[in-house]
Write a protein that binds this ligand. Structure first.
Ligand code: ZN
Length: 276
């Protein structure tokens, strides 16, 4: 199992330079680079060429750019497409495989059919742009009630309708649990449609009350991570990469290197018994 680092885990106590240094030092294989804040911050004092050069000369590699928020049911579709094009261009330059897109979060109530219609349309347009550069699009459903796509079933139904090899899902263990996604449905899904797996754990709040800040170190919450990961592997998840992604305010108070080291140790322990 290869290990990936999602920069959300040190969102408030690090930057891209430090994340790369500590991830490389502690043996991570991949990183998901945040394009909403960490990449622009890096580019204030560095160039894209410098980052390309870093990846060419180190073990750690970029797996995804994370994320385009929010991609569906927007008035300004042209602007969304422009942002997506920029992300694909950067992914291609850096050698990243995926661009992650996150559904609209809103307090408006939208019908599921309108959400699906917009999401399917946007994903086809994204795929046209991404496929030209051999990049893939990963939709990440978010297990908060305000998110327009908030269960695995809803997200899977959308990408199944899109039905393109370049369009799949991010499977985030926290988001799967947070709005009671259906394990029986997951068992019947095609694991090849899962492009990225976010590993995390959570405090025990009810569905609908859970938010990202309730994430805890893998193995220290109530998720059965080994069972979830085994299920995902059994249905054909082939990537064999887990990406640790936490948003815990208490962890933002720790030194970044300690977070990156602990994230690795707890992740590996939490999935030690998953059949390779
Ligand atoms: Zn995630």
């Amino acid at each position: 199992m290869k290990l990936c680092y999602n920069q959300a885990t040190t969102l408030e106590n690090s930057n891209l330079v430090k994340d790369l240094e500590y991830c490389e030092k502690h043996g991570y294989d991949y990183i998901e680079i945040r394009t909403m804040d960490k990449l622009p911050e890096y580019l204030r004092d560095h160039s894209m060429e410098e980052l390309q050069d870093y990846f060419q000369t180190h073990h750690i590699k970029p797996i995804a750019l994370n994320a385009l928020v929010y991609f569906n049911n927007r008035e300004d579709e042209e602007q969304v497409l422009e942002e997506f094009k920029t992300m694909v261009g950067n992914a291609s330059k850096l050698g990243a495989v995926y661009v992650v897109v996150v559904p609209l979060v809103t307090d408006q109530t939208l019908l599921k059919r309108d959400i699906k219609a917009s999401a399917v349309k946007m994903l086809h347009q994204f795929a046209e742009i991404a496929e030209a550069q051999q990049i893939k699009v990963a939709l990440e459903f978010v297990g908060h009630p305000e998110c327009t796509i908030n269960t695995f079933e809803q997200a899977y139904n959308i990408i199944e309708t899109v039905d393109r090899e370049s369009v799949g899902l991010v499977f985030d263990c926290f988001h799967f649990h947070a709005m009671n996604s259906d394990v029986e449905f997951l068992k019947k899904a095609d694991g090849k449609k899962i492009f990225i797996l976010h590993i995390d754990d959570t405090d025990d709040y009810p569905a609908g009350a859970l938010r990202d800040e309730h994430r805890v170190w893998p193995g220290e919450g109530i998720l059965d991570l080994e069972k979830l990961l085994q299920t995902v592997k059994d249905i054909g998840y082939k990537e064999d990469i887990v990406s640790v992604e936490l948003f815990r305010p208490e962890y933002y108070k720790l030194p970044a290197e300690e977070v990156i080291r602990t994230a690795k140790e707890t992740t590996l322990q939490s999935i030690a018994n998953v059949i390779k």
